[in-house]
Write a protein that binds this ligand. Structure first.
Ligand SMILES: [Zn+2]
Ligand SMILES: [Zn+2]
Length: 239
C-alpha cells in the first residue's frame, strides 16, 4: 500500500515537471514569434518612413500598375479620375469627406494620428502632407488591373459590394493596431499593399538617401517587447 502511494506521488511529480517544461517551451516559442513580428513590423515601418517622401512625389497607383508614374501625382491622376467616374464618383478627394470617424486618423494624410505631426495635436486640418493612402486603397479595390481586391477585402474582413460600401466598411476606427499605431482599416489596407509591393517600390524608387535616422533604427526595442509579452500573459490569465 505504502509503495503504491509513493509510486503515485512520484508519477504526479513527474507529470508536474513535464507540464512545467512544456509551459516554458510554449512561452519561448511565443516570445520568438513576437520578436519576429516586431522585427518585421519595425522593418516595414522604417521602409515606409524612408520611402514616403519619394512616394509623395509620384503617382503610387500608376507605379503599382506599371504605368508612367513620375510625371504626375495621385491628386492629378487621369487614370484614377476615369476609374472613379465609371462608378459615379466625382473625385476621390470628394469621396473622402466624412468617411473617417472622429479622431480615428489624420483626415488629410490618412495616417494614424500619432504618425502625423499635426493630427497628434488634434490639428489635422493644418496637415499639409499629401494623401497617398486613401486613393491607393480605393483603386486597389476598384481597379482589377491592380490585383489587390483580395488584400483589401481581407483587411475589410468581408466582401465589399461597391465603393460606398468600401468606404463605410473601412473608414471607421480600426481597433487592431497597424505597425503598432491605431488608425483605420484604410490605413491597414495600404500597409498591406505596400508590404506586398516592397521590392517593386525599392526597385523603382531607388537607393538614394538610404541613410536611416538613428531614432528610426531604435524602433521595436525591448520595452515594447515586454509590453506585448505582459499583454499576452494577461490574456492567458483571463482566457
Ligand atoms: Zn497616376
Ligand atoms: Zn496628417
Amino acid at each position: 500500500m505504502g509503495t503504491e502511494i509513493l509510486r503515485r506521488r512520484r508519477q504526479e511529480a513527474d507529470e508536474a515537471d513535464e507540464q512545467k517544461r512544456r509551459r516554458i517551451m510554449l512561452n519561448e516559442g511565443r516570445r520568438e514569434r513576437i520578436e519576429q513580428r516586431i522585427m518585421d513590423e519595425g522593418e516595414l515601418r522604417k521602409f515606409l518612413e524612408l520611402f514616403l517622401p519619394r512616394i509623395k512625389r509620384i503617382c503610387l497607383v500608376c507605379l503599382l500598375l506599371d504605368e508612367v508614374y513620375d510625371d504626375h501625382d495621385l491628386n492629378s491622376c487621369e487614370r484614377i479620375k476615369k476609374a472613379l467616374k465609371k462608378v459615379g464618383v466625382e473625385s476621390w478627394q470628394k469621396a473622402k469627406r466624412g468617411v473617417y470617424d472622429a479622431n480615428s486618423c489624420c483626415y488629410r494624410c490618412s495616417r494614424p494620428s500619432e504618425m502625423c505631426d499635426m493630427a497628434q495635436f488634434g490639428l489635422s486640418q493644418s496637415c499639409s502632407e499629401p494623401d497617398v493612402i486613401f486613393p491607393t486603397v480605393m483603386m486597389g479595390w476598384l481597379d482589377e488591373d491592380m490585383r489587390m481586391k483580395d488584400i483589401v477585402e481581407e483587411v475589410a474582413g468581408r466582401k465589399i459590394r461597391n465603393v460606398h460600401d468600401l468606404l463605410k466598411c473601412m473608414g471607421g476606427r480600426h481597433f487592431e493596431k497597424t505597425l503598432q499605431a491605431k488608425g483605420t482599416k484604410i490605413y491597414a489596407g495600404w500597409v498591406r499593399i505596400m508590404s506586398e509591393n516592397k521590392e517593386k517600390l525599392e526597385r523603382e524608387l531607388g537607393e538614394e538617401d538610404m541613410d536611416i535616422d538613428s531614432d528610426l533604427r531604435d524602433y521595436g526595442d525591448e520595452d515594447e517587447l515586454s509590453d506585448e509579452l505582459s499583454e499576452e500573459s494577461e490574456e492567458d490569465l483571463y482566457g
